[in-house]
Write a protein that binds this ligand. Structure first.
Ligand SMILES: [Zn+2]
Length: 244
């Protein structure tokens, strides 16, 4: 830091502060963060859809069981009627015709139930396929979240490291600076935000772009002194003549 004047150190501090601000903003606005938020919403929606589908499946299964029971009862009835019909014990033709008609009616009911069962099975098949699709989608989305979380953590770590290095650099620089001017700088930053240390180049303030009176510019020769812009009141630093 030999040969470095306060004003040029303050300019370095400002550059570091601006960089830290930029990094902090970048960290907040990392795309992965928004992506995770959206994917999490998708998961919520998928879970809801899965829950509905499972409820529907459950209710169809209950229907299926109920109709199967009905079919089994009908089948028993038909069997017993047919046994009666072909047992040879009943000889009354009218009675025989009656039983035969009952069998026909029972078989027609049975057909209806079997059609219902077929339709149910088709609906269940459709739901199963849909469930499978949604579950796959859910797994993929969870994987995507995980990927984004890893990427986010990696980027945050990288940024945090740079911020921490910048802060160390800043601490080292601050040691070489007068507390009074540092306080002024920090107050100005709170008040105005962004750049509060301007460079005077060709008599123009680099922040507000105003031309300073030539009398004042002529008086500003000492690069170890802090000046102020007449217009924006920012701290003015003279351009460094020697780069080292
Ligand atoms: Zn200015």
């Amino acid at each position: 830091m030999n040969g470095r004047s306060g004003p040029s150190i303050l300019l370095d501090i400002q550059n570091i502060d601006l960089r830290i601000e930029e990094l902090t903003l970048t960290r907040e606005e990392l795309l992965e963060r928004e992506e995770i938020k959206q994917l999490t919403e998708r998961i919520k929606k998928l879970n809801k859809e899965l829950k509905n589908l499972n409820q529907e499946k459950h209710s169809l299964k209950l229907d299926q069981r109920r109709i199967n029971d009905e079919v089994s009862i009908l089948s028993d009835k038909i069997k017993s009627k047919e046994e009666k019909l072909y047992s040879g014990k009943i000889t009354n033709p009218k009675e025989l015709v009656g039983i035969n008609e009952e069998v026909i009616s029972l078989k027609s009911k049975m057909d209806e139930k079997e059609t219902e069962l077929l339709e149910l099975m088709e609906a269940l098949d459709e739901i199963s396929k849909n469930l499978e699709k949604k579950e796959r989608h859910l797994r993929e989305t969870l994987e995507e979240i995980k990927k984004n979380e890893l990427e986010l953590a990696r980027k945050e770590k990288e940024i945090d490291q740079e911020i921490s290095e910048s802060k160390n650099k800043r601490n080292n620089l601050v040691e070489h600076l007068d507390t009074e001017i540092l306080n002024e700088y920090e107050n100005l930053r709170k008040e105005k935000g962004g750049e509060v240390v301007a460079v005077l180049k060709d008599g123009i303030c680099s922040c507000c772009n105003m031309q300073l009176p030539s009398i004042k510019v002529d008086s500003m020769r000492d690069s170890s002194i802090f000046y102020h812009c007449d217009f924006c009141k920012r701290i003015l630093v003279l351009p460094q003549n020697n780069n080292k």
